[in-house]
Design a protein around this ligand. Structure first.
Ligand code: GLU
Length: 396
């Protein structure tokens, strides 16, 4: 089927029909109005979500709005610069956000649960799996998980970046079949619709490339923390897990219901051909990378074409300080990203063994964990996940 030309309602319908679990991300711009939380929007979204639940579709909400809501409650007109004040505002706003959801869902007899996480939680496999098990348990109890970043404890270095990014990670973590990102614009336009009357809404994106990113760049400013570019990077990550994603207008009454009928709402991002199993997706896009390893062309070929592991002999340079088990980016000698993987040795020891044969590891270090610096099972080839050399689109 020609995906590009077949944009009909029946195509979307077919794509959406098997979906039984979806992540819905709602941005601060959608949830807040002049005087604080926008109860009308919250009530409309809640109606839609309860309708979907009745049809047997599980929904996991990723909701922003804590800081925006906290600002109104504390009477501040703009976001303070001080971290502790921002964290305090999030603490104020998060409880009012949850209260608004509890009230709105409560009218339908629907229970909800609050989950606050940090990037650091998802970096550790065991904590990641704990969060996942909690969400699965809630879903099995027919309770809707409402997730936000734990803004009261994070500082910039350990932030997800934005909730767009968090929602992509949650989609993979929960093995959801669809990611919907609700924002305050109808979707991705080819230029800024505020200043260009002829701006065209892109209905479907087969693959994120430079052209698509350039459209995002033309719409700066008003879309919350990550802007449109952040949203596209995030949905792209989700599509690399083999699921479709939709960016749509969360202020439109009945938007979720309409999306699930197959109506052409928002911009649909198609699932990618290269799809990663959950754990590999986690290595590539959830776990933060702590450094870089430059490898020679022979090693690059062996990884890409022959499915091999990374041995010390192919390593040319080690950048950054990292520990055993950390995730690092592998680059070729032209600094282009080839892969991401979890290392079996720390950065200091890799520097000592680079260029050597695996049989020489023990005599050089006085111990040997493994023959490989990165085992194939812990390696993800990222080269080719974007058009041309645009792999960097995937990185924060
Ligand atoms: N976690 C933040 C909040 O609830 C929002 C971050 C974001 O929108 O990206 O206010």
């Amino acid at each position: 089927m020609n995906k590009k030309t077949d944009l009909s309602i029946s195509y979307r319908k077919k794509l959406l029909k098997p979906i039984k679990r979806a992540v819905v991300k709602v941005g601060s711009g959608v949830l807040t109005a002049k005087n604080g939380l926008n109860r009308r929007v919250i009530s409309a979204l809640t109606n839609d979500i309860c309708g979907l639940r009745k049809k047997g579709i599980e929904i996991i909400l990723v909701s922003s709005g804590a800081i925006a809501s906290g600002l109104k409650i504390t009477g501040l007109t703009k976001r303070p610069v001080s971290i502790s004040q921002q964290q305090a505002i999030a603490a104020v706003g998060q409880s009012s956000l949850m209260m608004a959801y509890e009230n709105a869902f409560g009218r339908h007899g629907q229970k909800v649960a609050q989950i606050l996480i940090t990037r650091d939680d998802l970096n550790h496999r065991s904590r990641y799996l704990n969060a996942r098990n909690t969400i699965f348990t809630l879903l099995s109890w027919k309770i809707i998980p409402i997730i936000n970043e734990n803004d009261t404890v994070v500082v910039d270095e350990i932030k997800f970046g934005d909730n767009d990014n968090l929602s992509a990670m949650v989609t993979n973590m929960t093995e959801s079949h669809l990611l919907i990102n609700l924002t305050d614009i109808d979707g991705l336009f080819d230029r800024d619709p505020r200043t260009h009357k002829d701006a065209r809404l892109i209905n479907v994106v087969e693959k994120v490339n430079r052209e698509i990113m350039s459209y995002a760049g033309s719409i700066p400013g008003f879309l919350g923390t990550g802007g449109m570019a952040g949203k596209i990077k995030a949905v792209h990550k989700a599509t690399l897990g083999g699921v479709p994603a939709i960016i749509a207008n969360g202020r439109k009454q009945g938007i979720l219901r309409e999306i699930f009928t197959g109506r052409e709402e928002g911009t649909l991002f198609l699932p990618q051909d290269i799809t990663l199993p959950c754990r590999k997706h986690w290595i590539a896009f959830t776990k933060s990378s702590k450094g870089e390893i430059i490898i020679d062309s022979g090693a690059g070929e062996a990884l890409k074409k022959r499915g091999k592991s990374l041995l010390p002999s192919g390593i040319k340079e080690v950048r950054g300080k990292f520990s055993l088990g950390d995730s690092v980016i592998l680059l070729n000698e032209n600094n282009q990203e080839l892969a991401v993987g979890m290392v079996n040795y720390n950065s200091g020891d890799i520097k000592k063994i680079m260029g050597l044969k695996s049989t020489e590891i023990e005599s050089r270090l006085g111990y040997k964990h493994d023959d490989e610096v990165i085992h194939r099972d812990n390696l993800v080839i990222t080269d080719g996940m974007n058009d041309g050399d645009d792999v960097c689109l995937l990185r924060e």
